[in-house]
Structure formats: structure tokens, C-alpha cells
Design a protein around this ligand. Structure first.
Ligand code: ADP
Length: 486
């Protein structure tokens, strides 16, 4: 159950909007997948049967003992309802504390990840002390939360156990009194003592685990609340090809709107460049095209069909993306390229790699296409990773190509190779490119200039240069920096 539950939760996460995932802490999500499932598993397989057994036994014993001796049976179980009542009272305290403790458990994981991932930057800026304090504080908070939980709940549980155990004491007192008065046979007395010791043992150990049991139900609740989060839906087929039209689209990642009423047509089989200052909304437009998010106002059409109504996986099959931050899985080069098309043959992979100018550098790696790349692809250079992602896109052979021009930060040799690879990739396709250097998109069919989340101007390079607008200003700035030397 745990294994299939975890897999279906991971599947579900994949289908949620990135907007929802962006608001959640990654540490919290991985804690749900690992710790909460472990809690739920332990709860269902250990605590639940134990509690059931521990409760059924006293009820059966009470009913049977009533027939034998009413007074002794009452003496044995009179304290039990009070013990249960006390535990019931403790649940609201526990609900609050356990929630807080789960949060405190997630935090050290996040801080540890931050600490390990950022260790290079921290060394460079001598921040190790500062970050270490954050890590230490997170563990200190966890310790406080755990102690608080034990200290506040412990007395409730101990009192409940004492009351349960008092049943046996009452049996001894009451039994002795009745025995001395000749109202009880020695055999019945011994029988009550034996049954009492057998019934109360499992009950006290179940009560000791009662706090864990509540913890398990909170973990289960967290898993269910995530499972109930609505997936990105859509039933329509994605058209083979077509224009992408933004109709008065507004969007914000959180409350703050970052795109304000954008209306543009990104024509099929042509190259449209998005330009504008940093933070103007270029990447956001791109992400909306791929339906990473749905717009808050307006609509986006692809081939006349609202993107919101297209099944996300069908839409994705029409789109290739080459972004700046290339993620490589901890797998062989061959399998990393194969992500573009899961049933690709080895020949197709090599052909795509050749077209993406990767083949040569791959053949120089120790095991060629079978070389493993580390998590996040840390054994390859930025340019090499970029070319691998172009090979993936080549293999996918989708009609729409979303491209974040990344050549600005690369060395000249890589830049030439990547430009060659990109030119092959985009031939005859609908291409939307985020251009950082205006020189590279002079020949674009259409240029959309964004500023502050709005379309400032649009047209071809020569049309935009004729106006005295933002595009010409950006162009002049880039021209003047070309002569810079160190
Ligand atoms: P550009 O690509 O033009 O540099 P972006 O589309 O990345 O601009 O960003 C537009 C605005 O949206 C910026 O103000 C940025 O801070 C904000 N933004 C981008 N990504 C996120 C995100 N994941 N969460 C919140 N705000 C974001």
C-alpha cells in the first residue's frame, strides 16, 4: 500500500499546476512522500490492530465477567471510561502540537539541503557560520517541539494509564473485602485477578502508543489533502499545429500580477522573439504557452482551441523546450537524451546527438553514450548540457519549439556549436525564443517587446527600429556595449 500510495502521490504531483507546487516547500512535499507514508504505514499495520485488540478484549471480558460477578466486574472497569475521557480531552492539544512538530521536522531537512547545496557560495562569502546557525536553530526548534509534545501529552497518557491500572487495585481491594465477608469464592477472585492482568497489559501498551496513533492520523490527513488537490485538467486533443494566440492574458505567480492584459499572436511556422528588460515577463509568457500555469484572466488559444481545455500531456507532446537551466537525470547520456522520446532506438539517439553537435564530445567521454552523469549533470559543462537538451528536443520532433536563448553566457566555441544545433532544430517549426542579445534575432519573423508585464511594441526588426521606442533603446544600449574591453 505504501509503495503504490507513494507512486500515485508522485504521479498526482506531476499533474498539479506548477503554481500550486511553487507555493509548497519542496522539503514538505518530500516529507509527505517519505515520512508521512511511513507514519501511515506503521499506524495501519501496527497501532491500529493493537488498539483494536486492546479495546475489544476489555469489552468482551467485561460482558462475560458481568455474568459471573456484577460487583467485581464493575470494580474492574469503573475507571476505564474516565481514562478514555482523559485521552479524548488530550486529542485537541495533540492535534495542534503534532501539526507543529511535523512542521518542525520538515524544516531541518530544508536547512540541511540549503547548507549542502550552497556550501560553495557560503565558503566564497564566508557565510558558513551564518548558515550553520540557521541549521542549528532548525534542529533546536525540532527538539523544543518534541519536548513540548512529550511534556504536555505525557501527563494525560500517564494519568489514563494509572486509571486503567487502578482497575486491578480495585479488584484486589473489592475482592478481598467480599472474600472476607464470604460473599465471593476464592476461585472467582483468582479468576478476576488473572483476567485483569491479561486485559490491562495490552490496553496500557496501546495507550502508551496513543499519541503515535494520533500522529499517524495527522500524517494520513496531510497525504489526503494533497491527493484532493485538483489536477490540471483538459479533455481536448491538441491540434497538430496552429497559431498561439494570447487574448488579453493576465497572470500572477502569487497575488501580485506580473502579466497585465497581454494580447499577441505567435504565428505558426515562424520565429517570434520575445525581448524586453529582465523581469518584464518573457519567461512567464513562455511558461503559459506550455501550460505550466493557467492565466488568471483572459485565455490562450492553440490552433483555435483554448489551451486550458487541452489535455496537458497531449499539449506537451506538441512542444519541445530548451531552457537555460538544463536538468540532467542521474542516468546515462543515452537515457538522458531518450527523455525526448521514450521509445527511441539507439540509432535515432545518435542521429539526434549528431544534429545537436553533441556526438563528438560524447564520444570523448570515458564510456561514450553509456557514461553516467551526476545528479543535476554536474560532470558536464554548461554548453554541453545545453546541447544535450537540444538533442532531446531534436528527438522529440515537436512542432512548437520554446527556446530560451542561452548563448550569452557561453564561450565562443560552444556558442557556435549551439547556434548550429539550434538552427537545425528550429527549421520549419513554430518557434518562440527569448532573446537576450538582439543581434541574434534581427532576422526573426516577428518581435514582441515586453516591458513590465505589458506588450510595449511589436513588429519586425526594421519596423521597430523605425520607431523611437523601447526596442531601439535596447538595441542602442547593446550596440554601445559591444565595444567594451577589459
Ligand atoms: P523575464 O523572463 O523577462 O526576465 P520573468 O517572466 O522571469 O521575466 O519574470 C516576470 C516577473 O515575475 C518578475 O517580476 C519575477 O520576479 C516574477 N517571477 C518570475 N518567476 C516567479 C516565480 N516562480 N514566483 C514568483 N514570481 C516570479
Amino acid at each position: 500500500m505504501s509503495a503504490s500510495g507513494r507512486i500515485s502521490l508522485a504521479e498526482h504531483l506531476r499533474k498539479l499546476s506548477l503554481g500550486f507546487l511553487g507555493k509548497r516547500d519542496p522539503g514538505d512535499l518530500s516529507s509527505m512522500l517519505i515520512t508521512d507514508f511511513t507514519m501511515a504505514e506503521t499506524g495501519i499495520s501496527h497501532y491500529l490492530p493493537q488498539l483494536m485488540g486492546a479495546l475489544v478484549m476489555p469489552v468482551l471480558a467485561f460482558v462475560s465477567l458481568l455474568w459471573i460477578d456484577l460487583r467485581m466486574a464493575v470494580a474492574m472497569f469503573v475507571a476505564l471510561p474516565f481514562a478514555m475521557g482523559i485521552l479524548w480531552l488530550s486529542t485537541s492539544v495533540q492535534e495542534r502540537l503534532s501539526g507543529r512538530q511535523i512542521k518542525a521536522k520538515v524544516n531541518p531537512g530544508n536547512r540541511l539541503e540549503e547548507y549542502l547545496q550552497g556550501i560553495r557560495v557560503m565558503k566564497a562569502y564566508n557565510l558558513l557560520g551564518d548558515r550553520f546557525v540557521r541549521l542549528r536553530d532548525a534542529f533546536a526548534e525540532l527538539r523544543r517541539a518534541c519536548i513540548r509534545l512529550e511534556a504536555l501529552l505525557g501527563p494525560f497518557v500517564l494519568l489514563a494509564i494509572t486509571l486503567v491500572r487502578a482497575g486491578l487495585t480495585l479488584v484486589v481491594l473489592c475482592g478481598t473485602y467480599l472474600l472476607l465477608g464470604g460473599q465471593l469464592s476464592i476461585l472467582t477472585f483468582v479468576m478476576f485477578l488473572v483476567v485483569g492482568s491479561r486485559v490491562f497489559d495490552p490496553l496500557t501498551s496501546a495507550l502508551t502508543n496513543f499519541t503515535e496513533f494520533r500522529h499517524f492520523s495527522i500524517s494520513g490527513g496531510r497525504i489526503l489533502s494533497l491527493m484532493n488537490e485538483p489536477e490540471m485538467k483538459g479533455t481536448k486533443e491538441a491540434p497538430e499545429d496552429g497559431n498561439i494566440i494570447f487574448e488579453n492574458v493576465s497572470f500572477g505567480y502569487q497575488e501580485k500580477e506580473v502579466l497585465h492584459g497581454i494580447s499577441v499572436i505567435l504565428s505558426r511556422n515562424s520565429l517570434t522573439a520575445l525581448v524586453g528588460p529582465s523581469g518584464s515577463g518573457k519567461s512567464t509568457v513562455m511558461k503559459l504557452c506550455a501550460r505550466f500555469y493557467d492565466p488568471t484572466k483572459g485565455r490562450i488559444l492553440f490552433g483555435g482551441v483554448p489551451v486550458r481545455e487541452i489535455e496537458p500531456e497531449k499539449l506537451m507532446s506538441r512542444i519541445s523546450m530548451v531552457f537555460q537551466d538544463v536538468y540532467l537525470f542521474q542516468d546515462s547520456i543515452r537515457n538522458n537524451i531518450r527523455f525526448g522520446k521514450s521509445d527511441a532506438t539507439d540509432e535515432e539517439i545518435v542521429a539526434a546527438a549528431k544534429k545537436a553537435c553533441c556526438h563528438d564530445f560524447i564520444m570523448h567521454l570515458p564510456h561514450g553514450y553509456d557514461t553516467m552523469v551526476g545528479e543535476g549533470g554536474c560532470t558536464l559543462s554548461g554548453g554541453e548540457k545545453q546541447r544535450l537538451s537540444i538533442a532531446r528536443a531534436m528527438l522529440k520532433d515537436a512542432q512548437i519549439v520554446l527556446l530560451d536563448e542561452a548563448t550569452a553566457s557561453l564561450d565562443p566555441e560552444n556558442e557556435v556549436e549551439i547556434q548550429k544545433a539550434i538552427d537545425t532544430l528550429i527549421k520549419g517549426r513554430t518557434v518562440i525564443v527569448i532573446a537576450h542579445r538582439l543581434k541574434t534575432i534581427m532576422g526573426a519573423d516577428y518581435i514582441v517587446v515586453l516591458s513590465d508585464g505589458k506588450v510595449e511594441e511589436q513588429g519586425t526588426h526594421s519596423e521597430l527600429m523605425c520607431r523611437d521606442g523601447l526596442y531601439r533603446k535596447l538595441w542602442n544600449i547593446q550596440e554601445s556595449t559591444l565595444g567594451w574591453t577589459l
